[in-house]
Write a protein that binds this ligand. Structure first.
Ligand SMILES: Cc1cc2nc3c(=O)[nH]c(=O)nc-3n(C[C@H](O)[C@H](O)[C@H](O)COP(=O)(O)O)c2cc1C
Length: 396
């Protein structure tokens, strides 16, 4: 991991001193580092600290060209493989979200096409201010990754959310992503991912659905795209932001999801069925809201199409990844699904557990392969599970 060029953008928060530890961590692990600082950041820590740590001149004044033929902030933007804004003030977050370029840091950030990680650090009330929340949401929608602040003791003397993630954690998170990207190359692969639960309407106001949040499928799609794949995400109604660079296809019912997947199947190299597709739907859709009566209502359900099974039957060149969400006999049921549905890799998880699975940011899964091999991924983030699944897939 020696060739990556990492640009640090340090802005004027009390946590600016921690950015020095971050820079040191990256330098120590062989990354090439350059830094840019705002005028406010230089009030907290001297540019000399960063110049000494990264052995490069700090870019801080938009108009000081240092008698160089290069324009310093553009040169930095072009040189960058990945950018880290740390600590990120409410101010720089607002500027980035709105395309403002009025100093060396904001202008250089606007000029880079490298992936950007933003590490906010601020007072809890600033962090929960609607304007800051709106700006962070906009950055996420623009494909910028936010390394969320922790809850902890703040410089103001009380505890709250807003404390910058520790430098070692920031390093591990970014470093792991870089390693995964180097190891997993999915360029040229056409991948369809499905995510979320489907919704089966009963009448204009009632429907049947399940507890799937879509987070696992979204993590898979986002990471597959980062590893170079051409990704289409066919999803049910979920509360998650669109992923930049991924073709987003919104569906509601299992039938709609099936038809969107099938119409792209022939062209696809891989299909990852992470959606929780409803097995049944109401036999009849009532055009008008069904009036309640004193008696009971027996709702008859009919079988939905089994998308995974259909894909297994029609498989030619494609690799198929299935998910099994079970509440009992996890491995036994998953193994059965793998064989019966002609799947290449099956990800099985126990959805009876409260701490992982549906809705949670974490999961614990077993990977089952066609040759009978099994691998356990102990409780970790869905992001990490997505990377592990894609890594297995790339070596299938
Ligand atoms: C002592 C002190 C501590 C500050 N800490 C923070 C902070 O942690 N987070 C933040 O967003 N702003 C903080 N500010 C406010 C910023 O310095 C201010 O908004 C400034 O305009 C940011 O400029 P920059 O984004 O160009 O660096 C602090 C200001 C002072 C005086």
């Amino acid at each position: 991991m020696t060739s990556k060029h990492v640009a640090f953008y340090i802005t004027g928060g009390i946590a600016a001193y921690k950015a020095a530890y971050c820079v040191r961590e990256f330098v120590k692990h062989g990354y090439e580092v350059r830094c840019a600082m705002t005028k406010s950041a230089a009030e907290f820590v001297s540019p000399l600290t960063f110049e000494t740590l990264c052995k490069n001149k700090v870019v801080s004044d938009l108009f000081d060209q240092n008698n160089d033929s290069q324009v310093a902030h553009i040169d930095l933007a072009d040189w960058t493989d990945l950018a880290v804004v740390v600590p990120a003030t409410a101010d720089i977050i607002g500027k980035m979200a709105n395309g403002i370029a009025d100093d060396a840091v904001s202008t250089s950030l606007l000029a880079t096409d490298a992936p950007v990680f933003v590490v906010p650090a601020m007072n809890e009330k600033m962090l929960t201010n609607p304007a800051v929340k709106r700006n962070l949401k906009r950055l996420k929608a623009d494909g910028i990754e936010i390394i969320e602040p922790d809850y902890g003791f703040l410089a103001e003397g009380y505890s709250g959310k807003g404390r910058m993630k520790e430098p070692k954690e920031i390093f591990s998170y970014i470093d792991e992503k870089c390693r995964a990207e180097q190891l997993i190359d999915l360029s040229g692969e056409k991948i369809i991912v499905t995510a979320g639960g489907t919704v089966e309407p009963i009448d204009p106001v009632r429907f049947l659905t399940n507890r799937s949040s879509g987070k696992m499928g979204y993590a898979l799609a986002e990471n597959a795209a980062a590893f170079g794949a051409d990704v289409t995400l066919v999803h049910g109604p979920v509360r998650l932001a669109d992923i930049p660079g991924v073709e987003m296809v919104e569906t509601v019912t299992a039938d709609e999801m099936a038809s969107e997947v099938l119409k792209r199947y022939e062209e696809a190299d891989v299909v990852i069925m992470a959606a929780a597709v409803a097995d049944y739907r109401p036999e009849k859709f009532y055009d008008e809201k069904v009036k309640k009566s004193d008696g009971d209502w027996n709702l008859r359900l009919v079988r939905n199409v089994d998308i995974l099974k259909l894909l297994g039957e029609r498989k030619t060149k494609q690799k198929l990844v299935g998910f099994a969400a079970e509440t009992e006999n996890l491995l036994e049921n998953a193994q059965k699904k793998l064989t019966e549905k002609n799947v290449d890799l099956l990800v099985a998880n126990d959805v009876s557990r409260k701490d992982v699975g549906f809705g949670s940011d974490e999961n614990e899964v077993f990977l089952l392969f066609r040759n009978g091999a099994k691998k356990k991924i102990s409780k970790t983030s869905k992001e990490k599970i997505a990377q592990d699944v894609l890594s297995e897939l790339s070596s299938l």
